[in-house]
Write a protein of this length. Structure first.
Lengths: 263, 340
């Protein structure tokens, strides 16, 4: 849980508005800028920063549904699923039957083990107008949580959507990691890294997945690549130090076992 | 003005979408999401609050959907005020019906109170509950008109039963904790009390810690079967002669309380047991059963021998056996008032 003053922000909004006025941008552009910054933070796994930026984007443009969805996604990723559910209800009061919001609520519910509501919301999300990779990703998560078949088909369906990109593979990998399907997550992360080799975010997530699987040397390499692409980021540096300090024997054995199984 | 949800074009100035009911203005919408609190207990409390709020909203939504059962508008205020029959109609501008219901219900309740102990009491109580049910059904009349006669009849019976079990029984019990109406039967009679009088007795929640000399009390008599004498269980009513801790003795046939004459005397003259000398223990009173009609067989007409047979069980009454103090005589009306 963050400390009392961890989220203290000094008022840069006025400064940003002045900037926008000087550059001739509108408030909507400001909202878009914040939203893009939030997406970027989410790509790097900085969920708190992404949540703050989504909130700022909404402060400029309350009708930006993507920012509402982003807030709920970040709350879920931060483990605050109850709050995510409450917030998704609030958003759905305003934007009724919006597919992405329904999907976000479904994710919050499934992480709270309310599978019935999650399935209902996911069904509604797919039935309403519009399509997005996010709705199929959540569908896959709901089926995965209920231990039903065809969850992988849903993930594949998400990736063939027109709006799908490398980050959707990372989202799927995060979902699979949450449910401890590390091997499947590894495959998606490797795809993401191939599609975006110059972005450090998927390299870092790949390294974490490899550590969890016990593949120490590949994890080391992944963290190194991440550091090369972003030298000012502390997380991969810290992970490398931990690797150098030594990995628990159990993790080593897990990696060896997985390696033999592959052969 | 386009709706954010359904993209319907609404007239300017509206606050809600005419098609889907969604909010049109987002100016006052909060955008900062709730966060988990620092302390785990506060988190749990907040989450329980959210859970209850969500379910209450669902319940309210379900009740709104059940409106199809009530096609005509229902005056909730009239229904609520009908807890006193007639008041609901008076508050919703139907004075004639309201006064008829209110006065008839009040009159029936009064008759039930005054006829306590007679065969008419249950009748008056039933009639007052019936009037109450009629008052509630009159409020629902517009909706009941659509229903089949048999179902209306069953609904009326249901309302009666709910009123009896849910309102009158608990109210009667609660009132009984404070005041009770008690009919007096099968007593000898005295200048103070007559057979078939009705008395108002204080209930257990109004009982004092210690009764005073001369208090007229209603007390339980336990069944006694010894020495060829059978005393049936029942109730007695008489004055308190001796209180806990008093020294009582009989001198020359007269009772002495703490060395002096007693403050109060029983309703009827009594013969005290000979060689009577006793310190009343804690929570025990001396009450002479002067109202009880003691039928004794041949050979036992000697008052002295009665006490030899019965002992002191009949006159030493514990605090637990005293049910309450008599406050008023309520019947017959000609002698309504306090007992002297």
């Amino acid at each position: 849980m963050p400390g009392r003053f961890a989220n203290l922000e000094f008022d840069n909004e006025q400064h940003n508005r002045q900037d926008a006025e000087v550059l001739g941008s509108s408030m909507e552009d400001l909202a878009t800028r914040y939203y893009e910054q939030a997406l970027e933070a989410s790509h790097w796994g900085q969920y708190e920063a992404a949540l703050r930026l989504h909130t700022r984007a909404l402060g400029e443009e309350r009708a930006c549904v993507a920012a509402w969805v982003g807030q709920i996604q970040m709350l879920v990723l931060l483990g605050e699923c109850h709050e995510a559910r409450v917030w998704s209800d609030k958003a759905l009061d305003i934007f009724r039957n919006h597919g992405d919001l329904l999907a976000a609520k479904a994710q919050a519910c499934v992480r709270l083990k309310d599978h019935k509501t999650a399935l209902a919301c996911s069904d509604n999300a797919l039935q309403v107008e519009g399509e997005s990779p996010w709705r199929w990703q959540v569908r896959g998560e709901v089926l995965l949580a209920r231990k039903e078949r065809f969850h992988d088909e849903c993930f594949q369906k998400a990736l063939v959507q027109p709006a799908a990109d490398w980050f959707d593979r990372v989202i799927i990998a995060r979902i699979l990691c949450y449910y401890r399907r590390l091997t499947a997550a590894l495959a998606y992360l490797q795809e993401a890294v191939q599609l975006a080799p110059t972005h450090g975010g998927p390299w870092y997530e790949l390294g974490q997945c490899q550590v969890a699987l016990g593949f120490i040397a590949p994890a080391h390499e992944s963290f190194q690549r991440c550091l090369e692409l972003r030298t000012d980021w502390d997380e991969p540096r810290r992970s490398l130090l931990e690797l150098d300090r030594g990995v628990p024997l159990r993790t080593h054995l897990k990696g060896l076992l997985r390696g033999w199984r592959r052969k | 003005m386009q709706c954010w949800s359904c993209h319907f074009e609404n007239l300017p100035g509206l606050e809600q979408c005419a098609r889907c009911g969604g909010a049109l203005s987002l100016e006052h919408v909060a955008v900062v999401p709730p966060r988990a609190l620092r302390w785990r207990i506060a988190n749990h409390a907040a989450r329980i609050g959210h859970y209850l709020h969500r379910n209450l909203r669902g319940l309210a939504a379900m009740i709104r959907r059940l409106r199809f059962l009530m096609p005509e508008p229902l005056s909730g205020r009239a229904l609520l005020w009908s807890i006193v029959p007639g008041l609901g109609h008076l508050r919703t501008r139907r004075p004639r019906l309201g006064w008829i219901l209110l006065l008839s219900w009040s009159g029936l309740l009064l008759m039930a109170l005054l006829s306590v102990g007679t065969v008419w009491t249950p009748t008056f109580v039933s009639l007052s509950i019936t009037v109450h049910a009629i008052a509630i059904l009159a409020v629902l009349a517009a909706n009941l008109a659509f229903i089949h006669l048999i179902i209306r009849l069953l609904f009326g019976i249901l309302v009666y039963v709910i009123l009896y079990m849910g309102l009158y029984q608990p109210t009667g019990w609660l009132c009984g904790r404070y005041l009770r109406a008690v009919p007096i039967q099968n007593i000898l009679g005295s200048p103070v009390l007559a057979d078939s009088d009705g008395l108002l007795v204080a209930g257990p929640w109004l009982c004092p810690e210690i009764f005073d000399y001369g208090d007229i009390v209603l007390y339980r008599i336990h069944e006694h079967n010894a020495n060829g004498v059978i005393i049936h269980a029942g109730h007695g009513i008489d004055r308190v002669i001796g209180r806990p801790g008093d020294h009582l003795c009989v001198v020359d046939g007269e009772l002495c309380v703490n060395g002096g004459p007693p403050v109060a005397q029983p309703f009827n003259p009594v013969t005290y047991p000979p060689e009577f000398d006793i310190h009343l223990p804690e929570h025990t009173y001396l009450i002479m059963p002067s109202q009880i009609d003691m039928r004794v067989g041949l050979g036992y007409n000697n008052p002295t021998s009665i006490w030899q047979l019965v002992g002191l069980d009949l006159i030493l009454v514990t605090q637990e056996d005293i049910e309450g103090r008599v406050l008023l005589r309520i019947r017959p009306l000609a002698r309504f008032g306090r007992l002297h």
